[in-house]
Design a protein around this ligand. Structure first.
Ligand code: ADP
Ligand code: MG
Length: 635
């Protein structure tokens, strides 16, 4: 086959442009990216070799660097899985994940301080163009006979031609740009520079990284290739070493090695499972939520599974429940088969035992963090709280332990979040339930009429504002420290109003308003289930309440949005018998029970209640017209 020329996908062109006029000040990372690709390729070969031993080469699996300062080239070679012609087109001519470019551009435009997103978004290879103006890739797929040479100067096209390579693997040749201190480009043909970068970023790569440099000996005219004997990296599987012998620095480097996140992790946790099943794990909590935390379809690296130090797979989801999907790290199991497949993992008893152990450890260390350093814990909570709360949805065993970790806004100290346990500690002796309200924001909730009676009695109410709160609180959460959860916007509220109206007084009130209430109910029969007198209102004339057993309107809206069929349930309108509006309405009613104003005002009270609850009017036009008419009369 002759040489073919191909255009890069438009997204790739833009990306290359970003790389060439690089927005990243740290150019050294290109080497980490290429080494990590080589290491992935070796992992994949080793994995396929488990079932197809003939694919494995006789010589050592390794990553080799050849640096030539005369020719200004740096060559990276691996004897890993390699790429076919089609693989090259697919992997090095397109961007696999849609949206990647947008993310990178936005991050660059917003001037994010350390957006080391190159690796995170699977565009590592293209980072070579930060340091090279000509790149070629010679690759041969394991199990195939022919090789392909891919090359480009990064300007928009690349060429492909058939080529020869003695065995499977990949050779990447970079024609280096001149070193430029100002632009952060070091001399990547120098031993010292390469050694530094490798120890910094790739020390834990589990294959030897060997360096050969061109040396000119005294008296010799020709430079000779000299291989440096020791690999540049230590290759130590950090999780197999006793924690006391690993420095914090090493733990951090390993974290960025496996996650490509160059912010420091919030904490790490080394743990071993002993007994029937043996495994070691080294887990990390990131400091910051990745952008794809809520995009299930986007890959997140999560937990890597090793079996007896052999890499098996990235993203082993069976080792961590969804609500802990932000946990990163490595699990190394002793007794699993190397041939284990993703499908088999789900049923594997060892995997289940490991998962149980890991969940327990993660929750325990979060609890310890909360107790020892609340400020740091709140930083974690701000990033991952909503995800953690997914664990409170049904069918999970860990509810109790997760409730221990929950924080929420409160009507008490408005500037701060409070933990559930601190809330319960503050509860008065006769307070029976944990009072809470859910809604879209703390501001909307704080002004809600539902809170009036609570405020008057000095009762603190928790304000939950994440969408997931609607769901878990709706599912009847278990009692927490023997206290029930009680929504202030649901059902009848009895705040033990002994000292105010006695039973008789409120009976009389009910009797007096009975007919008016009936009349309002008729006027609003399309909108509400019932109109009734309220004992939760103090200043406001009306509010909406969800009936015991009905879905909250927010949850209803969420379910509808998710395409579910939700029965139409109407709320209850509560009106305040002590409010002047009610008293006037009563007077009108007594004069003439058919007065048109009665239904008009009922509509307005209903509309107000919708708005005060943070809801939306179905017919805002009519509401505002009525309101304007009223204002006109009043003025
Ligand atoms: P990522 O590694 O996140 O997938 P990269 O841009 O670094 O993104 O690499 C793109 C793809 O190119 C890889 O997924 C892999 O399929 C392929 N690739 C890159 N380098 C090699 C290599 N040395 N050997 C085999 N395949 C490679
Ligand atoms: Mg990569």
């Amino acid at each position: 086959m002759a040489t073919e020329t191909h255009e890069f996908q438009a997204e790739v062109k833009k990306l290359l442009d970003l790389m060439i006029h690089s927005l990243y000040s740290n150019k050294d990372v290109f080497l980490r990216e290429l080494i990590s690709n080589a290491s992935d390729a070796l992992d994949r070969l080793r994995f396929e070799g488990l079932t197809q031993a003939e694919l494995l080469p006789d010589e050592e699996l390794a990553i080799r660097l050849f640096a030539d300062s005369e020719a200004r080239t740096l060559i990276l070679e691996d004897n890993g899985i390699g790429m076919s012609r089609a693989d090259l087109v697919e992997n090095l001519g397109t961007i696999a994940r849609s949206g990647t470019l947008e993310f990178l551009r936005d991050a660059a435009a917003s001037g994010e301080t350390s957006p080391d997103l190159i690796g995170q978004f699977g565009v590592g290879f293209y980072s070579s163009f930060m340091v090279a103006d000509q790149v070629s890739v010679l690759s041969r797929r394991a199990g195939e006979e022919t090789a392909t040479l891919w090359s480009t100067d990064g300007s928009g096209e690349y060429s492909l031609e058939e080529a020869k390579r003695d065995s499977a693997g990949t050779t990447i040749t970079l024609h280096l740009k001149p070193a430029d201190g100002e632009d952060g480009i070091s001399d990547y043909s120098e031993e010292w520079t390469l050694r530094q970068i490798v120890t910094r970023y790739s020390d834990f790569v589990s294959y030897p990284i060997r360096l050969t440099t061109m040396k000119q000996e005294e008296g010799d005219d020709l430079a000779k290739a000299v291989e440096i004997e020791e690999p540049l990296n230590s290759m130590k599987a950090i999780w197999t070493r006793p924690a006391s012998e690993v420095s914090d620095e090493e733990y951090k480097e390993f974290y960025s090695h496996i996650t490509h996140d160059h912010e420091e992790p919030l904490l790490h946790l080394a743990t071993a499972l002993e007994g029937t099943f043996e495994a070691r794990a080294l887990l990390y909590l990131p400091s910051r939520a990745p952008m794809d935390l809520y995009h299930r379809e986007m890959a997140h690296r999560g937990i890597q599974l090793y079996v007896r130090r052999v890499f098996i797979m990235d993203e082993c989801r069976d080792l961590m429940p969804e609500y802990l999907r932000f946990v990163k790290g490595v699990v190394d199991a002793e007794d699993l088969s190397l041939n284990v497949s993703r499908e088999m993992l789900q049923q594997d008893r060892q995997i289940q035992a490991i998962r149980k152990h890991l969940v327990k450890k993660v929750l325990e260390s979060l609890k310890a963090l909360k107790e020892e350093d609340e400020e740091k814990y709140l930083g974690f909570w701000a990033q991952f709280g909503p995800v953690l709360k997914e664990g409170l949805l049904p069918f999970d065993e860990k509810k109790e332990r997760i409730l221990e970790l929950v924080y929420a806004a409160t009507t008490g100290d408005q500037a701060q979040l409070t933990s559930l346990s601190d809330y319960v500690d503050r509860m008065g002796e006769d307070q029976e339930a944990i009072y809470y309200m859910t809604g879209s924001s703390r501001e909307v909730l704080a002004g809600s009429p539902h809170l009036e009676a609570f405020a008057e009695k000095g009762l603190e109410v928790l304000l939950f504002t994440d969408p997931v709160d609607e769901v878990w609180l709706e599912q009847m959460p278990p009692d927490y420290r023997e206290k029930k959860f009680q929504s202030v916007g649901r059902g009848e509220i009895d705040l033990g109003s002994k000292d105010e109206k006695d039973g008789e007084e409120s009976n009389q009130e009910a009797e007096a308003y009975k007919d008016l209430i009936q009349c309002m109910g008729n006027a609003l029969q399309e909108e509400v289930k019932e109109v009734r007198l309220s004992n939760r209102l103090k200043q406001s004339p009306s509010c909406l309440v969800v009936d015991e057993g009905d879905l909250s309107p927010q949850l209803e809206a969420m379910l509808r949005q998710a395409g579910q069929d939700v029965p139409d349930r109407k709320p209850i309108l509560e009106v305040n018998p002590d409010h002047a509006i009610l008293k006037r309405l009563q007077a009108i009613f007594e004069k003439d029970g058919t007065d048109a104003r009665l239904s008009e005002f009922s509509e307005l009270l209903f509309g107000q209640a919708v708005l005060a609850g943070g809801g939306q009017l179905t017919d805002p036009g009519t509401f505002t017209r009525k309101l304007s008419g009223l204002m006109e009369k009043a003025l």
